[in-house]
Design a protein around this ligand. Structure first.
Ligand code: SF4
Ligand code: SF4
Ligand code: FES
Length: 242
């Protein structure tokens, strides 16, 4: 990876602490690039580098401040005096379920519940809104937890649609609620049972299973980065009907 030379940055370097080790890095780098610049080899806690995969959850504190703050290492930039640690994995509770055997007709009736049954800890929410403040996607996390308590799967699916599964909300929650696992279950069940199957997707899966795209796949694998970048920029984006 290309790293900026200090002279190219035009700002004084910043001094940060990574996992307790003091290092000096150029101003303007993301936390992830700063860690690599300082010699850390990232084998966990890194994925897309573009703010999409949620692999790079990080907690940090500013010098002179008591507050622990959440960030995505590939998006947030370093600040002088920062103390930081990456979280390669958040071991939050994940309810066990088999999507194919879940019974769900979309009408919570007071007898059969889905989300509270799989995650009874939802009832422990104290409405502190800490999860919302922790979310790097700026989702209304507390709101979707309240919808989950009411078993409103469509609402949870809608409000959590841009969740990256980074786990930072769960790390900060005083009630130990695994928000992103709750929301993932809601999206899965809603997508499986309430949303009409996509004819385009079904057709594409049939083409793939018939091997119709093997030749094109081989061609793509043989291309270099510039050709792939140009192809990506030219891609067609399908209009979604309202
Ligand atoms: S952080 Fe936990 S307790 Fe606080 S609002 Fe969010 S889910 Fe509820
Ligand atoms: S809802 Fe939680 S897991 Fe999802 S992006 Fe926000 S902080 Fe990360
Ligand atoms: S590496 Fe994927 S969101 Fe940061």
């Amino acid at each position: 990876m290309e790293m900026p030379e200090r002279a190219d940055i035009g700002e004084a370097p910043v001094r940060i602490h990574v996992l307790g080790r003091a290092v000096e890095v150029p101003f303007g780098l993301t936390i992830m690039k700063a860690m690599e610049y300082a010699g850390f080899r990232l084998v966990r806690g890194v994925g897309c580098r573009g703010g999409f995969c949620g692999a790079c959850s990080t907690l940090y504190r500013r010098a002179g401040d008591y507050k622990l703050r959440p960030a995505l290492a590939c998006q947030a930039t370093v600040e002088d005096g920062m103390f930081l640690a990456g979280l390669p994995f958040v071991p939050a509770n994940r309810g066990a379920y088999d999507l194919e055997s879940i019974e769900w007709d979309g009408v919570p009736d007071g007898r059969k519940t889905l989300l509270p049954a799989h995650y009874p800890e939802l009832a422990r929410c104290v409405a502190c809104n800490t999860c919302t403040k922790a979310c790097p996607q700026e989702l209304a996390v507390m709101d979707y937890i309240q919808l989950a308590l009411r078993d409103d799967l469509e609402g949870v699916a809608r409000e959590s649609f841009d969740c990256l599964q980074c786990g930072l909300c769960a790390v900060r929650c005083p009630a130990d609620i695994p928000h992103y696992h709750v929301a993932q279950l809601a999206r899965r069940v809603h997508g499986r049972y309430a949303v009409a199957p996509s004819p385009q997707l079904s057709a594409r899966v049939a083409e793939i299973e018939a091997g119709e795209h093997h030749g094109e796949m081989d061609r793509l694998i043989g291309l270099g980065v510039p050709e792939l970048t140009a192809l990506y920029a030219q891609r067609e984006i399908e209009e979604v009907a309202a």
